[in-house]
Design a protein around this ligand. Structure first.
Ligand SMILES: [Zn+2]
Ligand SMILES: [Zn+2]
Length: 335
């Protein structure tokens, strides 16, 4: 892909007008492959898809996607909590098995994204080529996956020296090719053993490996593309990050991306009432088990201050309790 001059994103107040045709193209690009698979399922049921395949898809999807969201993203990149060595290693291995690159490079790219966030230097801003409809379409593709082929890699020495200096993580980064092989082979091996058939190994590979990896990749990439163009922006951020509700469940809470750019170290991204954030719920579970400590939970009053519309403050989770707690600390003047 030819490199072009990067342009700054439009001011937040500028309207982002996308034609119906462009929206349809984007929907086709992201959704159609998954819909096609969903349509194929009834046809395939019993022959090319069985219960063992369903279990393999769900199991490897959860393992690897949570390895990215809880591990690579919230724990390693942003330090949202602390964890014992065994959990650290588990999260690093699980995230590596999502096949999104070695942990060192992933963290470096993502920290660079936060540093420059939709401005010149962001490795994957959808606003890179400008603000015309054509430029946004090109930018969405670039942010989704084109950047892998174009951008010089973010420097690990600059952006992720702590990860590279950790002996365990450095070893896991070096083992990345082996973990790729394991991630691709294990569903086939398990599928073959459970069904005791070559067909079980083949369908296990198709669903548990090929389909699962494509699904995890598209969801992660959608955070970089869709969640910087469409959706809502209830918080004041210096970029064009946005919240996209329909991606909340498949992305395990990562699509509350506007909040994430406003408060990057927060262990919870879905901070408004009703915003489902499965990764945050699981971090809460780890905390209760003593396997996550020093968790950086969002501070409701601080977040309320960053809302564009102050009237939305009661929608912040824990806001009323925080207001009451603050009131209890302020001495009431005697009259
Ligand atoms: Zn972002
Ligand atoms: Zn982040």
């Amino acid at each position: 892909m030819a490199t072009e001059l990067q342009t700054r994103p439009p001011a937040e107040t500028d309207p982002i007008l996308l034609s119906g045709a462009l929206r349809i193209i984007i929907a086709l690009f992201v959704i159609i492959p998954l819909v096609a698979v969903a349509v194929a399922i009834p046809v395939a049921w019993g022959g090319f898809l069985g219960w063992s395949d369903v279990a393999l898809v769900i199991g490897f999807w959860a393992l690897t996607a949570l390895g990215i969201t809880i591990g690579f993203h919230r724990f390693f990149t942003h330090g949202s909590f602390k964890a014992p060595r065994a959990i650290k290693i588990l999260l690093a291995v699980a995230g590596s098995m999502a096949l999104e690159g070695p942990i060192t490079q992933w963290v470096a790219d993502h920290r660079k994204h936060h540093k420059f966030s939709d401005d010149i230097g962001d490795p994957h801003s959808p606003w890179r080529f400008g603000t015309s409809k054509r430029a946004i379409a090109k930018g969405l593709y670039f942010a989704h996956m084109g950047w892998f082929f174009d951008e010089p890699q973010s420097s690990v020495a600059t952006y992720a020296p702590d990860i590279a200096a950790d002996k365990d993580l450095d070893r896991i980064a070096r083992m990345f090719p082996l973990l790729v092989i394991a991630s691709m082979a294990l569903p086939a091996i398990i599928g073959g053993l459970v069904t005791w058939s070559w067909m079980g190994a083949l369908t296990g590979f198709f669903w548990g490996t090929l389909f699962r990896i494509a699904f995890v990749h598209h969801v992660t990439w959608s955070i970089n593309s869709i969640c910087h163009v469409f959706g809502t922006r209830p918080f004041t951020s210096r970029d064009l990050s946005s919240n996209v509700a329909w991606l909340a469940i498949p992305s395990f809470g990562e699509s509350w991306h506007n909040l994430h750019h406003v408060d990057p170290t927060s262990a919870r991204h879905g901070v408004l009432r009703g915003q489902i954030d499965i990764s945050a719920s699981l971090i809460r579970g780890l905390e209760r088990l003593g396997l996550a400590t020093d968790v950086r939970w969002p501070k409701p009053l601080r977040l309320a201050g960053k809302l564009k519309d102050p009237a939305m403050a009661p929608r912040v989770r824990g806001y009323a309790a925080a207001v009451r707690a603050k009131a209890a600390l302020v001495p009431v003047p005697s009259t």
